[in-house]
Design a protein around this ligand. Structure first.
Ligand code: FES
Length: 213
């Protein structure tokens, strides 16, 4: 049996990483290496893409009293918005390392008349919209709504409409990407990929995390 450990992403370099391989052939009938080494901590390769928000994830509150709790769509009120993170099917929140930035999304509840282009209504659910927090100019994280109800980016002055994500002030070239969602029971669930790319979001390998084998 062979166990491989691979390189760690610089962003999570605080996590120790052991490079090497163990090649052991067990010639003892009925005794597995795993049973001998029960509980051994090894490194399993987790690609950056695997960390990213995925279809089927449940959205959970990123902050506040309900931090980590699934968002109940029926509890949202018009004009409300807040930050959320995705949680995978095992309930593990995807908010570590590089995912801290790229998986942070805005959940917004809109009055019906605000559901206009460039929003795609088919990607909304009961007036709830999910947008990225990553500016389309150079990838900074946008700020909270200002007095004019826009989302400003503090890096170079772009502004996005606080309802639709449309560009109000450049240099941002594109609206904020929208994430398709659906309601399942009393949860808000990711229903597909970003409708347009999130600037800088990783698509390839690069990181590891510890798992039990
Ligand atoms: S990164 Fe947002 S305006 Fe430049």
């Amino acid at each position: 049996m062979t166990t491989k450990a691979r390189k760690v992403d610089s962003e999570i370099s605080r996590r120790k990483f052991v490079t090497g391989a163990i090649g052991i052939t067990s010639g003892v009938a009925g005794i597995s290496l795993l049973s001998l080494l029960g509980g051994l901590t090894a490194k399993k390769f987790i690609s950056e893409q695997e960390k990213m928000i995925s279809s089927g994830d449940t959205l959970v509150h990123a902050d506040g009293d309900n931090k980590g709790q699934p968002i109940d769509p029926s509890s949202l009120k018009d004009d409300q918005y807040f930050l959320a993170y995705p949680a995978d099917k095992d309930g593990k929140i995807r908010d570590q390392g590089i995912a801290t930035k790229f998986n942070a999304v805005m959940v917004l509840k809109y009055p019906a008349d605000k559901l206009v282009e460039p929003l795609k209504k088919e990607a909304t659910a009961s007036g709830i919209v999910v947008l990225t927090t990553v500016c389309t100019h150079a990838g900074c994280t946008i700020g909270a709504r200002d007095k004019e109800h826009n989302f400003p980016c503090g890096c170079h002055g772009s502004k996005f409409n606080g309802y639709t994500g449309a560009v109000v002030a450049q240099p941002a070239p594109l609206p904020l990407p929208q994430l398709p969602i659906k309601i399942e029971g009393n949860k808000l669930v990711v229903a597909g990929n970003w409708l347009s790319p999130v600037l800088g979001a990783p698509k390839t390998e690069g990181a590891t995390q510890e798992v039990k084998v």
